[in-house]
Write a protein that binds this ligand. Structure first.
Ligand code: AMP
Ligand code: TRP
Length: 326
């Protein structure tokens, strides 16, 4: 049987953080062992909020480097910049003609971002482009964090609607969302997710942060009153968040962490959390420093060339279905 196809994307807005890693990117790496994987640096999505044209190329390049450093392996998986494969935008347009404006208006990410940044048509159409990314390659599975669940539902709705109207073309993709780590929270406010766009840099830990920064950010992380290390999201969201991070970086279960740190006070536990994160990120940081920039550019261009070739016959089938090609 042919291997199933996995597709996922990340926006190249600098700042890749441990929430991205624990929620999604570590799955990207793991899934390569079994699946045909396609990973995309979604630059067209990123420009739905203002980017500086002078620094955007460097941000995009850097995001690609972080993915390579984490273990996205271009000899096994496709890795490229979305804008270099024009079929994404073409399919997005076609899908937009069957997307319901009512449903798009209900997307929570759109509502959040439109509140903060003001709205534009691209921001509104963002989930349709995401659906096009996934459906272009007929992906079966999509590793993402919890916040993308609603977009995956929209993707499935669009696939179903297209299939019903034009004939069976798209499989319905399944999200792959981890049981723990799918929603890593801000270090400064455990009611909100850790986010690239949070104005407070102390709210997140970046993949490339140095040891002193990580120690400081964990130490200053907002925790709950009382000193007991207990996994309880309702009563102790700050500590539960740190426990998930610690567990994911060390392999320890929540029970184990409670047994080891329960009564020892927050200070000792926070020290251990910082050490675990520093140790977990060290190999990625080393791999990042070893990458050659020209080679990274070459790999991404090569990925895009392969992706264009692979996308074209698939997109031609879509054109035929809707009557744009015979
Ligand atoms: P983005 O930063 O929006 O480009 O997201 C890239 C991937 O990381 C997506 O699959 C998100 O669902 C995931 N992600 C983003 N923030 C978090 C978070 N705080 N916790 C877990 N996963 C996240
Ligand atoms: N919207 C996703 C995010 O913000 C990024 C993304 C774009 C994506 N296209 C995708 C994720 C396709 C999975 C599949 O995180």
């Amino acid at each position: 049987m042919a291997r199933q196809t996995v597709f996922s994307g990340i926006q190249p807005t600098g700042n890749i953080h441990i929430g991205n890693y624990l929620g999604a990117l570590r799955n990207w790496v793991a899934l390569q062992a079994e699946y045909d994987c396609i990973y995309c640096v979604v630059d067209l999505h990123a420009i739905t909020v203002p980017q500086d044209p002078a620094t955007f190329p460097a941000d995009r390049h850097d995001a690609a480097k972080v993915l390579l450093a984490m273990g996205v392996d271009p000899t096994r998986s496709l890795l490229y910049y979305q804008s270099r494969v024009p079929q994404h935008a073409e399919l997005s347009w076609i899908l937009s003609t069957i997307a319901s404006t009512g449903q798009l208006s209900r997307m929570t990410q759109f509502k959040d971002k439109a509140d903060k940044a003001g709205s534009n048509l691209g921001l509104y159409a963002y989930p349709v482009l995401m659906a096009a990314d996934i459906l272009l390659f007929r992906a079966d599975a999509v590793p993402v964090g919890e916040d993308q669940k609603q977009h995956l539902e929209l993707t499935r709705d669009l696939a179903e609607r297209f299939n019903a109207r034009f004939g069976p073309e798209f499989p319905l993709p399944e999200p792959i969302i981890p049981k723990t780590g799918a929603r890593i929270m801000s270090l400064q406010d455990p009611a909100n997710k850790m986010s690239k766009s949070d104005p407070d840099p102390e709210s997140r830990i970046l993949i490339l942060d140095d040891a002193a920064t990580i120690q400081r950010r964990v130490k200053r992380a907002v925790t709950d009153s009382g000193g007991e290390v207990r996994y309880d999201w309702a009563a102790k969201p700050g500590i539960s968040n740190l426990m998930e991070m610690y567990g994911l970086f060390t392999g320890a279960s929540m029970d184990q962490i409670e047994a080891d740190f329960g009564g020892g006070g927050y200070g000792r536990f926070k020290g251990a959390v910082a050490e675990a994160i520093i140790a977990g990120l060290a190999p990625m940081q080393q791999a990042y420093r070893a990458l050659d920039d020209a080679e990274v550019d070459r790999l991404l261009e090569e990925g895009a060339a392969v992706a264009r070739e692979r996308a074209e016959p698939l997109q031609q089938a879509v054109r035929r279905r809707v009557g744009l090609a015979v």
